[in-house]
Write a protein that binds this ligand. Structure first.
Ligand code: NAP
Length: 350
């Protein structure tokens, strides 16, 4: 058994010198180095921005989406959407643990990987035959590799696996929102969440409340999402707005907050083009958390500069210590949040 690089650089096929996330292609060989772990894969969770892009590009043709995802995995040795640059995560069973793995995993454990599929060596052996290409969750079989420096969570016994997978995919959002709101240490903090009826959005609402925000505004796409959130207690105000329409969005958020922008704006929408609306909706000295993978760094940076907006802008790093447990605890503590998730991810199919 060889010794691997803890960051997985020995798995990079091309280009030489890149880390796995930036690589074009990884080597998913099932033989593990002495600090690696091999997982028998059961289900992938495609990142929402990636799935939406594929679904839109193929006009909703599930067979074409399935063929493209299969081709990406076979070509790249990982599920790394070349258009959105995003991936997702997976669940499976630990098959083999190298003797020097620091992850503390044991063979036979059911786990979710908490690192992106964009850097996880992955091989599928069923051609995605059990997936219709019409949902973010992909039942499949094959194997994936975790490096020495990686993260995985043992699946909780009290939640259906597909539900836990959906929560863990976006668990970085609520942990970051809690940190940002708590850091302001003000009883007056206002928070606006764009894409609030979605998975990361609804968890962010709950986290803002938990962290002591004074007013939480949910921005949703339409009346259907409004109805999903109404009565849930997750938000003080619900605003229906297109997050890609900056002027109308900012006007509606300010209207909900007595003429001010939000102290913290969280972008959880899965489509591009929300940067300027988020910046305009944020008060001077406030913070914008760009959790969405459809965010353009250029549009955010140049947009803020061009608007002379003195706002802090955070990239939603998917890792915050304790993020998995925190997200699962929020779900357990809030039946409305759990119902929202179940409505979104459906009943377990297998
Ligand atoms: P999700 O559950 O699909 O939620 C997205 C929400 O945005 C949906 O409610 C959607 O409404 C809404 N929406 C779409 N277009 C909108 C618009 N123009 N105006 C207002 N709302 C709109 O997605 P998710 O799983 O929470 O993921 C959200 C984002 O986080 C994605 O971009 C994903 O890539 C990213 N993400 C980031 C990380 C990280 O580590 N930073 C990890 C995972 C995911 P409809 O459903 O009606 O379309």
């Amino acid at each position: 058994m060889s010794t691997g690089s803890p960051v997985g650089s020995h798995r990079v096929v091309s280009p030489a010198g890149a880390l796995p996330q930036a690589a074009d292609r990884l080597d998913p060989d099932p033989g593990i180095a002495d600090d690696e772990v091999r997982i028998s894969v059961e289900r992938l969770n495609l990142d929402a921005a990636s799935y939406r892009q594929l679904h839109t590009a193929h006009g909703g043709d599930g067979e074409a989406v399935r063929a493209e995802v299969r081709a990406i995995i076979e070509r790249r040795g990982k599920m790394h959407n070349p258009v959105t640059g995003s991936g997702g995560m997976l669940i499976g069973t630990v098959e083999e643990v190298g003797p020097r793995s620091p992850l503390g995993l044991k063979a036979g454990q059911k786990v979710a990987t908490l690192v992106s599929l964009t850097l996880t060596p992955l091989h599928i052996d069923d051609g995605l035959a059990r997936w219709d290409g019409k949902s973010e969750q992909v039942p499949t079989s094959g194997h994936a590799i975790l490096f020495g420096r990686s993260i995985a969570a043992v699946l909780p016994p009290d939640l259906p696996e597909h539900l836990a997978l959906a929560v863990l995919d976006v668990c970085g959002a609520p942990a970051l929102v809690r940190r940002v709101v708590a850091r302001r240490a003000s009883a007056e903090t206002t928070v606006a969440v764009l894409g609030a009826a979605g998975k990361s959005g609804s968890l962010s609402l709950a986290a803002a409340r938990d962290a002591g925000a004074a007013t939480v505004v949910a921005v949703v796409r339409d009346e259907i999402e409004d109805a999903c959130l109404r009565g849930s207690g997750l938000a003080d105000e619900i605003v229906i707005a297109d997050a890609t329409d900056p002027l109308r969005l900012a006007k509606k958020v300010e209207h909900a907050l007595d003429g001010r922008g939000a102290d913290v704006t969280v972008v959880c929408v899965d489509v591009p083009g929300c940067e300027h609306g988020a910046i305009l909706s944020t008060a001077t000295g406030g913070t914008v958390v760009f959790f969405s993978m459809a965010t353009s760094f250029t549009a955010a940076a140049l947009g803020a500069e061009g608007l002379a907006a003195d706002v802090e802008m955070l990239i939603g790093n998917g890792y915050v210590p304790g993020h998995a447990d925190y997200a699962l605890d929020l779900l357990r503590a809030n039946p409305h949040l759990k119902d929202l998730f179940i409505d979104r991810v459906g009943e377990e199919t297998e």
